[in-house]
Design a protein around this ligand. Structure first.
Ligand code: ZN
Length: 141
């Protein structure tokens, strides 16, 4: 069965469980916070819900940043391999005459470049996530 709901002066609707009159404060769409009618019109979610959306969005962008960073690293290494016939070995001088140098230098050089690319990608995507959050998930004042 449905009960009468009055929202403000002219918005009408139905809920189950009992009559409900909401004058100036409204529940957010998830029902875990109350908003003024103006805020509800602007964005029908409370700050708690918006905080969850912001966090999820950050996680999503972080996932993209790792993916993009790894793809770019792979492309850089592939390009290096095509141009020079092998992986980068700029860390070779570090190893002097160590017998592991021929193996370790390219591996560590590659790892270092990958870490730098991932780091840059993370910074860029963090900035993009912040901009997106501020545009689409701004908090109610
Ligand atoms: Zn909420």
């Amino acid at each position: 069965m449905h009960n009468h709901v009055t929202v403000g002066n002219d918005n009408l609707g139905n809920v189950c469980g009992g009559d409900l009159t909401i004058n100036s404060m409204l529940p957010c769409k998830n029902g875990d916070g109350m908003l003024s009618f103006e805020d509800y019109q602007r964005m029908p979610y409370c700050n708690k819900c918006i905080g969850v959306s912001r966090y999820r969005n950050e996680q999503r962008f972080h996932f993209y940043s790792v993916f993009v960073g790894l793809v770019i690293s792979a492309l850089v290494m592939a390009l290096h391999w095509i141009v020079t016939g092998g992986l980068p070995r700029f860390l070779l001088p570090m190893f002097e005459d160590n017998f592991l140098a021929p193996l370790a230098a390219p591996l560590l050089s590659t790892a270092m470049i990958t870490v730098v690319i991932l780091w840059l990608s993370t910074i860029i995507f963090k900035e993009l996530a912040d901009r997106y959050n501020n545009k689409y998930f701004s908090y109610h004042e």
